[in-house]
Design a protein around this ligand. Structure first.
Ligand SMILES: C[S@@+](CC[C@H](N)C(=O)[O-])C[C@H]1O[C@@H](n2cnc3c(N)ncnc32)[C@H](O)[C@@H]1O
Length: 288
C-alpha cells in the first residue's frame, strides 16, 4: 500500500469533515467517485493529450510530477503513463480513495506512483520545497479557502527549471459573486433538496447550447461531445455538479495570476483563458 495514513492525515480528515458538516465545503471526492464509473481509455487518452499539449512534451520520462488536488486521479494516471514518477495528494479522503483506486487498478505494484492525504495550505503535508519537475494543480487552488497561500505553496514545490501547470476560476465580477451565493445555497440544502438549485443551474448553463443544437437537428450534440472536445476527458454532467457545488470558491484575473508568479521568478510559457467567460483560466509557468 503506497497510501500514507499518519496522524496528520487523520487530523486533516477530521478538519475536512468539519468543513463539510459546516456547509463550507463541497464533497468533491464523492462526485469524483461517481465520475470514475465513466472512466475509459478514451478519457485517459484525452487527459494525456492535455498534459502533452500544455506542457509541450511528448512524454514525461525521468520527470517527477506532483499532482496537488488529484481528485479522480485521472491526471496522475495520465502523467504516470507518460513516464513520470508521480506523487498524488488531496485533502478529501474520497478523492484520495479515487486516486488510490486508479493506482491499484492500473499500476498496483508500481513504486513510481504514491498517493497521500494532504493539504496545499499545510506545508508540513507537502513535499520539500523546489523538489518536483512538474507541479500540477488544475482547478484546485480556488477551492482551498485561501487561493493565494495555496498558489504560493504550490509554486514553492517547483524545482529550478521546472514547470507549474495551474487552472484558476476566472473573475467575472458580479457574476462570480452571484455564483458564490448559489454555491452557498446549494451546500446549505440537505442532499435530497439540492436538485432545486442544480437543475435550474444546468438549464442556465446548458440551455442555450441545447436550443442551438436542436435547430441543428441533434439537441444533445454538444453535451455528448463534451468529453472529447478539449475538456480533458471530463463529463458534462459531473462538471456541472462540480461547478454548482464547488465551495470554497475564489476567482482571479489572468493579470493577477501572471503578476503573482512573475514576482516569484516564474515565466509564463502557455496560457488559455476563457475569454472573460465562465470557467478556468489555464497557465503553465516555468521557474527560471
Ligand atoms: C475540482 S477538483 C480538481 C481535480 C483534479 N485536479 C482535476 O483536474 O480533475 C478539486 C480538488 O481539489 C481538492 N482540494 C480542495 N482543497 C484542497 C487542499 N487544501 N489541498 C489539496 N487538495 C484540495 C478537492 O478535494 C478536489 O479533489
Amino acid at each position: 500500500m503506497n497510501t500514507t495514513r499518519d496522524a496528520s492525515a487523520l487530523t486533516l480528515a477530521a478538519q475536512h469533515q468539519l468543513e463539510i458538516e459546516g456547509k463550507e465545503r463541497f464533497g468533491f471526492g464523492a462526485n469524483w467517485k461517481r465520475y470514475l464509473n465513466l472512466l475509459d481509455e478514451r478519457r485517459i487518452g484525452e487527459a494525456m493529450a492535455s498534459l502533452q499539449h500544455f506542457l509541450d512534451v511528448k512524454d514525461l520520462n525521468n520527470k517527477s510530477f506532483l499532482d496537488i488536488g488529484s481528485g479522480s486521479g485521472l491526471f496522475s494516471l495520465a502523467a504516470r503513463r507518460l513516464g513520470a514518477r508521480v506523487h498524488s495528494l488531496d485533502y478529501d479522503s474520497n478523492s484520495v480513495a479515487c486516486t488510490e483506486s486508479l493506482r491499484q487498478r492500473f499500476h498496483p505494484t508500481d513504486p513510481k506512483w504514491t498517493t497521500t492525504t494532504g493539504s496545499v495550505l499545510e506545508s508540513d503535508t507537502l513535499p520539500p520545497r523546489e523538489s518536483y519537475d512538474i507541479v500540477y494543480s488544475w482547478g484546485v487552488l480556488h477551492h482551498t479557502g485561501n487561493q493565494w497561500l495555496a498558489a504560493d505553496n504550490a509554486a514553492a514545490r517547483v524545482a529550478p527549471g521546472g514547470k507549474l501547470f495551474i487552472a484558476l476560476y476566472n473573475d467575472q465580477g458580479w457574476r462570480s459573486k452571484a455564483w458564490l451565493k448559489t454555491k452557498q445555497i446549494y451546500n446549505a440544502l440537505p442532499a435530497s433538496m439540492r436538485w432545486l438549485v442544480l437543475w435550474p443551474c444546468t438549464a442556465l448553463l446548458w440551455g442555450p447550447k441545447v436550443i442551438l443544437d436542436t435547430f441543428k437537428g441533434n439537441p444533445l450534440k454538444s453535451w455528448n461531445a463534451y468529453s472529447n472536445t478539449g475538456q480533458r476527458g471530463m463529463s458534462a454532467w459531473f462538471d456541472v455538479v462540480d461547478w454548482v457545488g464547488g465551495l470554497p470558491f475564489e476567482v482571479s484575473t489572468p493579470e493577477e495570476v501572471m503578476n503573482f508568479h512573475r514576482e516569484r521568478g516564474f515565466v509564463l510559457t502557455r496560457m488559455r483563458t476563457c475569454a472573460g467567460g465562465l470557467g478556468c483560466n489555464q497557465f503553465v509557468f516555468e521557474r527560471r
